[in-house]
Design a protein around this ligand. Structure first.
Ligand code: R5P
Length: 317
């Protein structure tokens, strides 16, 4: 029998890794979490230093850390998770809107390793649960194949479709390759728009070939390219070139995860893209589609003991 006089659990504490303060603030407001503080910096020799700078007590702790450019972030993240546990945290969860290394999901050549599995194992050793946004699930069907801790996947399709409905006249959704069919299809359904999926052959990091079918019947539409990750932007640049040569309007380019390596963003603009927009899983000037509310909704399912209190006292989403 439940003891009605049981003391309520203390509010969970949310801590931002550097660069993740905005999402941590938004989640704190949406879920009535306490905002914690940590120092994360580098020693002159390049090693990482972390220190929990606010009381944690026996609270549930959440770290917010998107993991683009992951090699510089993983070591301090794993140390911070350890420090939180040693400071007494009851549990440590990770909100990583962008999950890295998911594209190395098999050995493409002899001598390689499946990085997705190893990175998943390292992170799973240090946290109790994970929330992310549209991880690149292609040859890996489900996150549980690489993450041994409970995870929740937030889907951006509804928010992307909402943006398209509000900003694009007569959209034609285009997925640049077979892998993108899942995202482009879901967005098209929510946006009540037609969609086509192209085929792509990747020969190297920056060498891709995209085949485009006859699009004559869609000439009056606005092409909207949707992909989960834009990294070198070669996939989108190739596609934009084909569409422009076929006489279509400048395509709107939508990325869930705006990685944009080196000069990729400018390259895509120069290649003839129309508006370039992204979700805010990685901070970038192209961010137009906020996902904090969707992430908060997913987090509620992992913080059940706090959900009732959120309903009573926190601002509504
Ligand atoms: C395919 O694996 C992904 O869904 C994206 O199409 C890919 O990551 C895009 O990469 P890039 O921008 O380097 O062409």
């Amino acid at each position: 029998m439940q003891n009605s006089k049981a003391r309520p659990l203390p509010r969970p504490v949310v801590i931002a890794m550097p660069g993740n303060e905005q999402l941590a603030d938004e989640l704190a407001t949406l879920l009535w979490l306490e905002r914690g503080a940590a120092t994360v910096r580098r020693f002159p020799d390049g090693e990482s230093y972390v220190r929990i700078a606010s009381p944690v007590g026996a609270r549930a702790a959440l770290i917010v850390c998107t993991l683009d450019r992951p090699d510089d972030k993983l070591v301090p993240l794993l140390l911070l998770a350890k420090a939180l546990r040693e400071a007494g945290a009851r549990s440590v969860g990770l909100v990583a809107p962008y999950l890295p290394y998911m594209r190395q999901d098999r050995c493409f050549q002899p001598g390689e390793t499946i990085s997705a599995q190893h990175v998943g194992a390292w992170i799973s050793q240090c946290v109790d649960w994970l929330v992310t946004v549209d991880p690149h699930l292609h040859r890996i069907a489900d996150l549980s194949q690489v993450y041994s801790v409970p995870s929740r996947v937030v889907h951006a399709a509804g928010s992307v479709a909402q943006w398209i409905r509000a900003h694009v006249r007569e959209p034609l959704l285009i997925g640049p390759d077979e892998e993108s069919a899942q995202w482009a299809g879901a967005v098209a359904k929510d946006a009540h728009a037609p969609f086509v999926v192209l085929s792509k052959v990747r020969r190297g990091d920056r060498d891709v070939e995209v085949s485009v079918p006859d699009l004559e019947r869609w000439r009056s539409h606005t092409p909207v390219l949707v992909d989960d990750i834009v990294s070198t932007a070669r996939t989108m640049i190739e596609t934009v070139g084909h569409l422009r040569r076929a006489g279509l309007a400048a395509p709107v380019c939508v990325a869930v995860h705006a990685v944009f390596a080196q000069a990729a963003f400018d390259d895509l603009r120069t290649a003839g893209a129309g508006e370039i927009v992204s979700c805010d899983t990685i901070r970038h000037p192209s961010n137009r589609i906020p996902l904090a509310a969707a992430i908060a909704a997913s987090l509620r399912t992992l913080l059940p003991e706090d959900a009732a209190r959120v309903g009573r006292r926190a601002p509504r989403l």
